[in-house]
Design a protein around this ligand. Structure first.
Ligand code: ADP
Ligand code: MG
Length: 249
């Protein structure tokens, strides 16, 4: 049915750096509004896959990218962004000296009304996006007053303002404490409940099990498989990621 038609579907994705095959004929699929985890050991190709989808890298010939009813041989960053694909990069690409409102709304508001950007308008847009995520911030404070977990939320709110349908988060919890991680996972749930699909990259398996509905596992640049999270355990994911079977007796 329409509800289960993928928002994004990739096939035959190959990517080589020098002699390294970073992606070997990978397929990947995301359903509308789902939280989908991408798991794999360091160097398994997770970030490269995200960069192919978001137009940072062009895959080798033969790749097929179906997204939101359109077919592409590759994405450009401009096409990806314009069609609702947003990435929360690890460095967040935010402006510490600007206010929360400006960080959330500036890029998009200025893109729409290049000559007419009032702070009041940015404020309204920013507060709206934060409300959708279920949080309230003092949007007039400069961003550097906020801890990293809250800056992540600001980056997510900015993606929402950019009319995101699909948000990629590459290791978003790497520098968060446990309570900050719990806070971020709540926001990701709100994002998904509002209809935005999230691809969540993490090697912390407890949070993978907690947040996702499905998990795609990569090993050495190749697809191992796609699994419903229900029924997975941390040790099973580890086996899939490493290709090794562990004896726990
Ligand atoms: P992951 O995100 O799963 O840790 P990556 O996608 O970053 O893995 O990397 C996959 C493989 O591709 C690794 O062997 C990595 O060294 C290599 N690689 C990634 N990006 C580049 C690059 N820009 N130039 C050369 N090699 C790269
Ligand atoms: Mg990576």
């Amino acid at each position: 049915g329409a509800a289960s038609r993928p928002l994004l579907s990739l096939r035959n994705v190959n990517m080589t750096f020098g002699g390294v095959k970073a992606l070997k004929n990978v397929s990947f699929e995301v359903l509308p509004g789902e939280v989908h985890c991408l798991a794999g050991e360091n160097g398994s190709g997770k970030s490269t896959l995200i960069k192919v989808i978001t137009g940072v890298y062009k895959p080798e010939a033969g790749a097929v990218i179906d997204y939101d009813g359109q077919s592409y041989s590759h994405m450009s960053p401009v096409t990806a962004q314009a069609s609702g694909i947003q990435v929360i990069w690890q460095d967040l690409a935010l402006f510490p000296e600007m206010t929360v409102a400006e960080n959330i709304a500036f890029q998009t508001v200025i893109g729409r009304w290049p000559r007419l950007v009032s702070y009041a308008e940015m404020r309204r847009v920013a507060i709206n996006a934060l409300q959708r995520l279920g949080v309230t911030f003092d949007v007039d404070l400069a961003l550097h007053h906020f801890p990293i977990a809250q800056r992540q939320i600001v980056a997510i709110a900015r993606a929402l303002v950019g009319e995101a349908k699909l948000v990629f988060m590459d290791e978003p919890t790497a520098s968060l404490t446990q309570s900050e991680t719990d806070y971020l996972l709540d926001i990701v749930r709100n994002l998904s409940a509002s209809g935005v699909a999230v691809v969540f990259v993490s090697h912390r398996l407890a949070e993978v099990l907690e947040i996702s509905s499905r998990v795609t596992v990569l090993r050495d640049g190749a697809l191992v498989g796609v699994y419903p999270t229900k029924g997975l355990t941390q040790s099973r994911i580890t086996e899939l990621m490493t290709g090794k079977t562990f004896d726990y007796s």
